[in-house]
Design a protein around this ligand. Structure first.
Ligand SMILES: Nc1nc2c(c(=O)[nH]1)N[C@H]1C(S)=C(S)[C@@H](COP(=O)(O)O)O[C@H]1N2
Ligand SMILES: [Mo]
Length: 386
């Protein structure tokens, strides 16, 4: 919870980012239900955390102003593209320091990727867990362009001792807070689709999304894709720091809520699970008419979506949804189902995705102390008017 004083401080900070919008209003003691520009939900003001209202999910590519923002620290206050360099060091033959101009000399590559925060859906975890209370919208799909991390690493010459690749961004780290530093295994770093991205949907990255360059680790939790990239370091082992451990780890075996888990019984989270969400109708909506377009999106990290099913009777029977035509390896599929309610009344609509690995969205998510990877079947209550 934030004080009114913090709120006023934060809104004056926001004024530089957004033109202050009439919707941006103090929500009182109940917490943060505040709308920023374009109606994005502000989940945290201390750092900048914006969620997309799920109703905005209409197109395969998420417009940048509707793309969620997740910051663990303060965004860099000054960023000069002309001065910017990224260093490549550690277990390499030839350390490099590259400017934006240097990067442009490598082959351009684009990847359409669904980026989801590991904490998306945390608000639905039962029992409740602490952390940013994301509901459905800490996810978006964009076309990221830049250069292959592999090409840059090969230029530097990775030694055989190189096992992990660490990213360090230019975030401004508050006192006593560990910096946002994480690493990915060398195999994923060398994948042809792992990028140093400088563009999003064809335009330069905005500051919220990591200008001038960010890592883009497709199919993996958002936290793998470090923003405001300044340093890339090849390590002989996984990076050891707060955001690798205890952060972003899951118990190896499901645990009971409240049960303690030893660090050695956990593993780092990498790829996303299988998941679908309902974008329309909204939860609690009253709908009219004979045909209701139920639609949403489904994604599965490094796997493909095989099928989405919709139930309109609280899960007793299931109907196959139609998948949208647009698709790409790491991107969500839009889906829709035309529902003809037989009668007026109250209904529970549920969506359930299955992926190419045979994983099925579970009826309840695996509870874990930080509420990561919430992927239970999505459900909304609707009232059908006669
Ligand atoms: N440097 C830096 N990179 C970061 C973060 C951060 O706080 N600092 N947040 C991470 C997390 S947790 C997520 S979910 C994604 C969100 O990317 P977006 O803000 O572009 O949507 O960025 C990741 N990269
Ligand atoms: Mo995240």
């Amino acid at each position: 919870m934030i004080s009114r004083r913090d709120f006023l401080k934060a809104t004056s900070a926001l004024a530089g980012v957004f033109s202050v919008h009439p919707l941006l209003a103090w929500a009182g003691e109940s917490g943060l239900v505040i709308s920023g520009e374009d109606g994005m939900i502000v989940r945290s003001l201390r750092f900048f955390d914006l969620e997309m209202p799920v109703e905005y999910l209409k197109a395969w590519i998420t417009p940048v102003p509707h793309f969620f923002v997740r910051n663990h620290m303060h965004e860099p206050s000054t960023l000069d593209a002309a001065e910017w360099r990224v260093s490549i060091g550690g277990e390499v033959e030839k350390p490099l320091s590259l400017s934006l101009e240097d990067l442009e000399k490598f082959a351009l590559h684009s990847v359409t990727n669904t980026l989801e925060c590991a904490g998306n859906g945390r608000a639905f975890q039962q029992p409740h867990v602490p952390g940013v209370q994301w509901q459905r919208g800490a996810v978006g799909t964009a076309r990221f362009s830049g250069v292959r991390l592999r090409d840059v690493l090969q230029r530097a010459g990775v030694k055989t001792t190189g096992k992990h690749v660490m990213f360090h961004g230019l975030d401004e780290v508050p006192a006593k807070v560990p910096p946002f530093v994480r690493s990915i295994p060398i195999e994923k770093a060398m994948d042809a689709d792992t990028l140093i991205a400088t563009k999003m949907n064809g335009a330069a990255l905005t500051k919220h999304h990591g200008y001038p360059a960010r890592a883009l680790v497709p199919g993996w939790i958002g936290a793998a894709s470090c923003k405001w990239l300044a340093e890339i370091k090849v390590l002989d082992k996984e990076f050891d720091g707060n955001f690798m451990s205890p952060g972003y780890r899951m118990p190896n075996q499901p645990i009971k809520p409240g049960e303690a888990v030893k660090p050695e019984d956990t593993h780092p989270i990498t790829a996303l699970g299988v998941k679908s969400i309902i974008a329309n109708p909204s939860d609690g909506a009253t709908v009219k008419g004979r045909a209701v377009q139920v639609h949403g999106a489904a994604w599965a990290g490094e796997a493909d979506i095989a099928r989405v099913e919709v139930s309109t009777d609280s899960g007793s029977t299931w109907n196959t949804a139609q998948l949208g035509k647009e698709q790409a390896r790491y991107a969500w599929r839009l889906w829709s189902y035309s529902w003809k309610p037989a009668k007026a009344g109250d209904f529970v609509l549920i969506s359930r995705a299955t992926d190419s690995q045979g994983r099925v969205q579970p009826s309840s998510a695996v509870w874990n102390p930080s509420g990561y990877l919430y992927n239970a079947v999505d459900q909304v209550k609707v009232h059908v008017e006669a």
